[in-house]
Write a protein that binds this ligand. Sequence first.
Ligand code: DAH
Length: 345
Amino acid sequence: MSEEIFSKVHGVLAEINAAAPSNESELEQFRIKYLGSKNTLKPLFGEIRNIAPERKGEYGQLVNSLKQAAEAKFNVLKSTLSNKADAQESEGLDLTAPGLSRRLGARHPISATQDKIISIFGRMGFAVAEDREIEDDWHNFTAMNTPEDHPARDMQDTFYLRDYPKRLLRTHTSSVQSRTMKANKPPIRIIAPGRVYRNETISARAHCQFHQVEGLYIDKKVSFADMKQTLLFFAKEMYGPDSKIRLRPSYFPFTEPSAEMDVSCFICDAKGCSVCKYTGWVEILGCGMVDPEVLKNCDIDPESYTGFAFGMGIERQAMMRYKINDIRLLFENDVRFLKQFQSVH
Ligand code: DAH
């Protein structure tokens, strides 16, 4: 009986020594068979009961050597196999392949145009003022000399919030004028960029959301000539040193006198093209001397202070600069459109 068991154990030892797992899964099978929780060596350990007492020591050593042989083989094979895998991996590496390039973001044409406007006025000492898009009726209309029954309210179709007529989406950045004048004493010299909303039918030329930049300058003895010179400087910086401006009389409730400013067409050098509708001029902004009523509404004494204000849309200027023919492209965030502006500064 003992002899049989001894030769069985020798057989298993030979089996272990001969095993040659050549990949990860064969090695795993080897581990389960000889070292796992239900390994085939366990019953051999149990056989020790049936061994004659004088041979128990010999038998114990023999079965232990099985376990050691299995462990040693497993450890050696494990490290050779993982070295082999590493080597295979690096064999597949193509060190001459081009690197992965990072995709560059692009500035949105609206931001690029807005930043340029801000920087030009910044050089003339105008500080950026930003304020809320959800406004109250008073700051957007009443303070700006547009009381409730004023026909000029129809000029801007307004989105009201549910608590109508209390809150609304500002229809122009002129609301930042009243906010700033209420909170600060003159001299005031600010530029206010931001989003505005009007209930317009969306088309290639109009959108219900767009951007404006507002300007406001209040101090002692600010004149219409100051405004004209400031805006001429802006036009030359924005559209080239040969640009000319013209002011046409207009009407806004918050300015008196009011004007609209055209700049000589920079697309055709004022020779006439479809952008300027063959007039040589492109309308850029509305402006004027701040109405004394507006100053009063905002607690500034119109006897001591005067000022000028202006407001311009950004979309149309961006569309002209980058030859974009549909305003909706500016709000769709289609990357095929946006990535064309990667080199825009
Ligand atoms: N708020 C006017 C608009 O949205 C633009 C404007 C005109 C702003 C004249 C002004 C201004 O500050 O003086 O149509």
